[in-house]
Design a protein around this ligand. Structure first.
Ligand code: SAH
Length: 352
């Protein structure tokens, strides 16, 4: 079945054209759209004519493209790890993290990834395919549906930090950004959506030019190009100074402060010299740094830094006036890191 047969891929204007082309009155588009955003399948759309729904089925259309097939709940912090299946049999994963201010869902944008970062489990087999806008949205809708109550939303914040490089799937991600913040759809404020990238500089600028303004999070992970190239192949294409000028551009256009992610690898990027160098590199930029202890990924054989090293690193940055936090590691008892659960399934060590 072709992926373009996913109704959730359509925005309200496209759905309007679609229902008219099926000789239905225009108001059917609104009905369909409401059902789709509630996570309903065709069989559940009670106020739509049965004949219309059967035509859609006969033509091979599906309402939802993402199905939750497994949930693992952390006993430590309530984090829920989800495994989803797609209509072509691929599996992707996501994580729902519960904070005082709301629930943040980490969303995947690709099956696999072609960026090749040495510490990341998502990229071990390369890129399988891009997700469509409706498949990215479908993750939010499915998790929102099962976590919402009458007076609270299941998902209030979104981070595009699951498997995949969002800016390597630019058009679908932009469409997703429009769909998810649509007032008649899930209506999640653009302020509550973050996009994490390894730093595709042209696309960072393009996103600002195209009028999207998610919180821009850059996976930096090293204070100089030499070290960055050893752990992130993309560093051979874009230098840290290329990234700094792209994010300055993004900040000037959108007014959104930049966040840098810095995953701390024992004996690699966690020395005092690295901290001082990092402070120099980002000097004068309106930004914040998140330090994250590297999650151990067995295929990679790299260890996370000790708490002591992380706090020492943080103190040095603070001494230079840098805004910095150490990210709490959530769901570490349930394969919380990017791509780990999917790998287990692919290796046959985790059943669906
Ligand atoms: N491709 C995007 C988003 C996906 S990865 C990006 O590079 O930002 C989301 C974040 O998790 C990135 O900062 C990535 O570098 C980090 N990450 C991947 N594997 C990790 C691991 N084993 N431990 C800690 N962080 C990891």
């Amino acid at each position: 079945m072709s992926q373009s047969k996913l109704l959730l891929d359509m925005n309200i204007d496209e759905l309007s054209g679609f229902v008219l082309a099926h000789s239905q009155p225009l108001f059917r588009a609104k009905q369909l759209y409401e059902w789709l955003n509630k996570g309903a399948d065709l069989d559940e759309m009670k106020n739509l004519p049965i004949a219309f729904l059967s035509t859609l089925k006969d033509e091979g259309y599906r309402a939802q493209g993402v199905k939750i097939v497994k949930r693992l709940t952390s006993q430590k912090d309530g984090t829920i790890k989800y495994l989803y299946s797609l209509s072509d049999g691929n599996v992707i994963e996501g994580v729902l993290m519960k904070y005082k201010y709301g629930n943040t869902l980490c969303v995947s944008t690709q099956v696999g990834c072609r960026m090749g970062c040495v510490f990341c489990a998502s990229t071990l087999d390369g890129l399988v395919r891009n997700l469509t806008a409706g498949e990215i949205l479908g993750q939010v809708i499915a998790v929102n549906r099962e976590n919402s109550t009458e007076d609270s939303r299941g998902v209030t914040n979104i981070v595009l930090m699951g498997s995949g490089e969002p800016l390597d799937n630019y058009d679908n991600v932009c469409k997703f950004l429009s769909l998810v913040s649509d007032e008649k759809g899930l209506n999640i404020s653009r302020r509550n959506v973050s996009l994490s990238t390894c730093g595709l500089c042209e696309k960072i600028r393009q996103l600002a030019d195209d009028g999207y303004s998610p919180t821009m999070t850059i996976s930096l992970h090293a204070p100089n190009d030499e070290m960055r190239k050893e752990i992130m192949p993309i560093a051979k294409k874009y230098s840290i100074s290329d990234i700094i000028s792209a994010v300055k551009y993004y900040f000037d256009k959108t007014g959104r402060r930049i966040i840098f992610e810095y995953s701390m690898i024992s004996g690699k990027n966690d020395t005092e010299d690295c901290a001082r160098e990092l402070a120099k590199v980002i000097k004068g930029l309106s930004c914040h740094i998140n330090l994250i202890p590297l999650n151990y990924v067995k295929e990679r054989g790299l260890d996370g830094s000790s708490k002591k090293n992380i706090y020492r690193f943080q103190a040095i940055l603070e001494g230079h006036g840098v805004s910095v936090t150490v990210r709490r590691s959530m769901g570490s008892d349930i394969e919380g890191a990017c791509g780990q659960l999917r790998r287990k399934v692919l290796e046959g060590n985790e059943s669906l």
